[in-house]
Design a protein around this ligand. Structure first.
Ligand SMILES: NC(=O)CC[C@H](N)C(=O)O
Length: 446
């Protein structure tokens, strides 16, 4: 729901706004407050600069549930396969949905997380308790759709305050038919997932379904061994030429354009991988996951990128075969799912981790030089280094659990990372990896 700011109205102190005041949501003061419980509103900021930005006539966005929401009662259940039942309040879409629950520790970037196709089949639980405060905007999409199963959060911001915001999170999810729940103990669920590992769950707003019915549904569903890539990949090849927006480019003036032709396999590719490669001087052709290796090689690319993607890497043997047919013939770079496919193409094996890595605060060490980056990660599977053949080198490890975070096979001009050098969301430490791929293509060219 959009409202127009009618006048500049600074307020320095205010407690317990009366209901009548709440109803006049068009009051710009709302931008400065966050709901804590029924009838209790806390002043978030008294800084002049915050309301100075509000000019008469600017549009603010308030959640369509804004007035009723503090009084809303639980209308949703999350039933986990371990038999636990979590009552919550729904937002976004309603219905019944099954998925694997994973927790994400990122402090920012919920929109990029929602549009990361690698979350297909999963419910993302955000450990950051306050979500929705910046709304959503057209520029932060990582793909054309939300492929995840649902969103689980502690507190849904009662209003939005961001200069790029065009819609509230609730309205955005409702339009995309994605279920969300809030007012649920996300810390308790996270502790359970850390202790017992990722769990299958069912989200439902349907009162006619019994708890037993939903539990049965959770127990009978499985994500292991399922090919989820086919459902998220593009249908036909296309060219990509958009760079990182100059406003966000943190390495200005370093890159030239169009020097290297890269074929990017779309296993669920994030737009910022394509933007970073373009900013580094690549001309990109994105191809579907089933695109034959022979067609790729016919195009004589300077390099091939195997992208991130959802689900079990051992469930897509056709993609492993494609990678096998390409490596050694042209420089390749694998990211996340791409890294896991490369590991298998080399003869290695992947395994399912207890609860995976999802967040923007994972330390990784580059074993070649001791450099430590804080990285953005999103994966549930990993490559078992012991299964790799001679010649394959573990270049990076995750310092939280020493799992394999990067591979190289110099003879095959191959490099891969288990995490996301494009971040989005997350720190930019690992952006250098794109430069490394450029070097790999450069040395192959001369
Ligand atoms: N982001 C990704 O590419 C994830 C890869 C794979 N689906 C995993 O969970 O490990």
């Amino acid at each position: 729901m959009a409202a127009t700011v009618s006048k500049f109205c600074p307020t320095t102190t205010l407690e317990n706004i009366k209901e009548s005041r709440l109803k006049s949501l068009r009051n710009p003061n709302m931008l400065l407050f966050s709901g804590t419980s029924a009838m209790q509103y806390r002043l978030l900021s008294t800084k002049e600069s915050n309301y100075q930005k509000l000019k008469a006539g600017s549009t603010i966005y308030a959640d369509s549930m804004d007035v009723e929401r503090p009084w809303k009662t639980s209308d949703a259940r999350l039933v986990l396969e371990d038999g636990s039942i979590w009552r919550a309040k729904s937002f976004g879409a309603t219905g019944t949905q099954v998925g694997e629950v994973v927790f994400n520790t990122s402090l920012t970037g919920y929109q990029e997380i929602l549009t990361d196709p690698s979350y297909a089949g999963q419910f993302v639980l955000m450990t950051n308790p306050h979500i929705g405060n910046t709304g959503v905007n057209p520029d932060d999409e990582e793909s054309s759709q939300c492929f995840l199963g649902g969103l689980i959060i502690r507190s849904l911001s009662i209003c939005t305050s961001n200069w790029r915001c065009t819609e509230t999170l609730g309205d955005y999810l409702a339009k995309r038919n994605i279920m969300g729940i809030y007012d649920v103990d996300t810390r308790a669920i996270t502790r359970r997932l850390r202790q017992d590992g990722s769990l299958i769950g069912v989200l439902s707003t349907d009162d006619s379904r019994t708890d037993e019915d939903l539990l049965e549904m959770a127990k009978n569903w499985n994500i292991v061994g399922v090919d989820l890539i086919t459902g998220v990949s593009c249908d036909a090849p296309y060219e990509w030429s958009e760079k990182t927006d100059s406003e966000w480019e943190f390495k200005r003036g370093q890159h030239s354009t169009g020097e290297y032709h890269v074929i990017a396999y779309d296993f669920g590719i994030k737009h910022n991988i394509l933007r970073r490669l373009t900013s580094y001087g690549c001309k990109i052709t994105v191809v579907p996951s089933t695109w034959p290796a022979s067609e790729t090689l016919k195009l004589k690319p300077d390099g091939v990128l195997f992208s991130n993607g959802p689900g079990d890497p051992a469930a897509v043997p056709y993609a492993v075969e494609t990678v096998k047919d390409i490596i050694g013939k042209v420089p390749v770079f694998g990211i996340c799912m791409g890294h896991q496919l490369i590991g298998q193409a080399l003869g290695g094996k992947t395994f399912k981790m207890k609860f995976g890595h999802h967040g923007g605060n994972h330390p990784v060490c580059d074993l070649r030089n001791g450099r430590v980056d804080i990285s953005a990660q999103n994966h549930n599977y990993a490559v078992d280094p012991a299964s790799l053949p001679e010649g394959a080198e573990v270049t990076h490890i995750n310092l939280n659990d020493n799992s394999c975070a990067g591979l190289a096979f110099p003879k095959l001009k191959l490099m891969s990372l288990q995490y996301h050098p494009e971040s989005s969301p997350g720190p930019h430490d690992s952006d250098l990896a794109f430069g490394e791929f450029i070097e790999l293509m450069k040395t192959n060219k001369v």
